[in-house]
Design a protein around this ligand. Structure first.
Ligand SMILES: [Fe+2]
Length: 282
């Protein structure tokens, strides 16, 4: 079971209870695509907001789910790991976020904080042209040509619930270098699945990535079926974290404003396919 403790949950910050300095720190750190009010700034209309609310009503009980899309396989993993080791870079904090709303100077962990010590390596495979990169973490954009990178980008545009009308900001990979404490991402806060990921490579025998619903005291590992490695969770509903056992895992992350029509269809068919294999009760 996840090794979370109450103090980990206490560590998660409620934005509304932040100190004025904490709020100021957060405000310098960019956008919240999921918070009504700011979504409109991204050119998303009220239909989008209404549709997301209706998905919350319909599918809000599913807080993580394998997705009914083909498994994304890397053809030559040894070659890709070699490419990854050469191209990826350690990621360090650039700005405060909702999980750690402290500046470099006022972070309680001082020089052991994420401003100084990388928790993961990163490589951005794609970012929308003209993106002003206000990422929380330092990023490195790959600008070369690589067959597997092309395959991954094509996969995202084909199978993730995104389309040209709603921007895909960034497609990137993370490799954890240590335990990741329970936290919420600085992304969407809808109470339905919004955070889609693909586990590209994992040396662990059992899943090390988990989600925790602190209200219902429910916890579950992202325990993937054999036929897909793509899944989602609700950043608005649950916290997530991961254990590190000195084994490598590469997680594909997509930062995008999802297409609600595609999301609704994808969740419907994924629930139908996997509803008897869920490791939590709905
Ligand atoms: Fe996260």
């Amino acid at each position: 079971m996840p090794k979370y403790k109450q103090r980990d949950i206490d560590y998660i910050v409620d934005y509304h209870n932040l100190s004025p300095q904490g709020k100021r720190n957060l405000e310098t750190s960019g956008i919240h695509p999921g918070i009504p009010g700011t979504v409109l700034d991204l050119g998303i209309d009220n239909d989008y907001v209404q549709h997301m609310h209706s998905i919350e009503q319909k599918y809000g009980n599913y807080f993580w789910l394998p997705l009914d899309v083909p498994k994304l396989e890397i053809d030559n993993i040894e070659e890709f790991l070699n490419f990854w080791d050469n191209e990826s870079a350690p990621a360090l904090r650039q700005v405060p976020d909702i999980g750690e709303p402290w500046s470099k100077e006022d972070h309680p962990l001082g020089q052991k904080s994420s401003w100084y010590v990388p928790s993961f390596r990163e490589l951005t495979l794609y970012q929308v042209p003209g993106l002003i990169n206000n990422s929380i973490w330092s990023t490195k954009l790959y600008q070369g040509k690589h067959k597997t990178v092309d395959k991954i980008i094509d996969y995202v545009f084909e199978y993730y619930p995104v389309n040209k009308r709603n921007p895909v900001f960034q497609i990137f990979i993370w490799e954890s270098l240590q335990d990741v404490k329970l936290h919420k991402d600085h992304s969407a806060f809808w109470k339905c699945l919004t955070d889609f990921r693909t586990m590209l490579y994992d040396e662990n025998k059992h899943s090390t990535l988990y989600v925790v619903d602190t209200e219902k005291k429910t916890q579950a590992y992202i325990d993937l079926p054999a036929d897909t490695n793509t899944f989602g969770w609700s950043n608005g509903r649950v916290l997530h974290g991961s254990d590190f056992h000195n084994k490598r895992k590469l997680l594909l992350i997509v930062n995008a404003v999802q297409c609600p029509e595609k999301t609704e269809m994808l969740l419907g068919k994924s629930i139908e396919k996997y509803q008897n294999q869920l490791n939590y009760s709905v």
